[in-house]
Design a protein around this ligand. Structure first.
Ligand SMILES: [Zn+2]
Length: 282
């Protein structure tokens, strides 16, 4: 009982203290928490400033200062580099522009396929004249074209026969005077003075040429000549030594001498008005 009375004030005080203590502890906790937050915030701020500071404010300021200072200060190593870079930018589109006309060059080279229209290396386009003689061992496979045993290159037999037959079907009468002549025979004639063409220099040595006359023997001005001048190219033959080309062909005008060059080339040569030397020189 007595203890209860004495103890009561004592017990009241600690009770009051106990009631006040939570108040103090609460403030301390709040202060502690605030201080911790401030410390963490300051610490984090300092840390971020130290670590990431250069990436933000300082770098931008530092880079701006030298950029403005370089334009003001005549620092030679930087100023020429800055104007060169913008100039190189327009140069880059110029590079593809120059590369674009390059593929146009093969487009311009399209005339190249036109050149094969003149098959200079083909057997029927061989050039035989006093400057381009055939060799002594030149040989061909021949075909007989008449009852007298005259022969030509076997490869022109069909076209020659077709031309003669076509003219004869219109009432004309062709006579083959000269066809293939061997190198040896040409040499014999040349040494005898029968011809001015040395061995190998006559187209008759090639087997691609024929001298055509008519039954009357007067070929110039004959219907046979007129018909050949109009139709020979249709069968692959051209008038080899036309009038006015003597200085180029090296031969006088021979109205009877026809040379085989193939149907396609014969048409082109006739249309060109050129002799074979001129045509092949294109
Ligand atoms: Zn002839």
């Amino acid at each position: 009982m007595s203890n209860g009375t004495r103890i009561d004030p004592e017990e009241r005080e600690p009770r009051a203290i106990k009631l006040r203590q939570p108040k103090h502890t609460g403030r301390k906790i709040v202060l502690a928490v605030l201080s911790v937050i401030l410390i963490v915030a300051l610490g984090g701020g300092v840390y971020a400033f130290v670590e990431y500071g250069p990436d933000f404010g300082f770098t931008s300021v530092i880079t701006k200062k030298p950029a403005s200072s370089e334009t003001e200060e005549p620092s030679l190593p930087y100023e020429p580099e800055i104007p060169e870079e913008p100039e190189s930018v327009p140069e880059e589109p110029q590079v593809p522009e120059t590369s674009e006309p390059e593929p146009e060059i093969p487009v311009i080279e399209e005339p190249v396929p036109e050149e094969p229209q003149i098959p200079r290396d083909e057997w029927f386009m061989i050039l035989v004249n006093k400057e381009n003689p055939l060799s002594e061992d030149f040989s061909i496979e021949t075909a007989v074209i008449d009852e007298r045993g005259r022969v030509v290159d076997a490869r022109i037999f069909d076209d020659l026969s077709a031309m003669i037959s076509a003219g004869e079907s219109e009432g004309l009468d062709f006579v083959i005077q000269t066809a293939f002549r061997t190198y040896a025979k040409q040499k014999e004639f040349f040494e005898a003075g029968t011809t001015t063409a040395a061995p190998g220099t006559s187209e008759h040595n090639s087997g691609l040429a024929v001298d055509i006359s008519c039954a009357s023997g007067y070929f110039e001005g004959s219907p046979e000549e007129a018909w050949l001048l109009e139709h020979a190219h249709e069968y692959g033959f051209i008038l080899r030594y036309p009038e006015g080309k003597e200085d180029i062909t090296g031969f006088e005008h021979e109205p009877w001498h026809f040379r085989y060059v193939g149907k396609e080339q014969a048409v082109l040569i006739k249309e060109s008005g050129l002799c074979l030397e001129e045509y092949l020189a294109q």
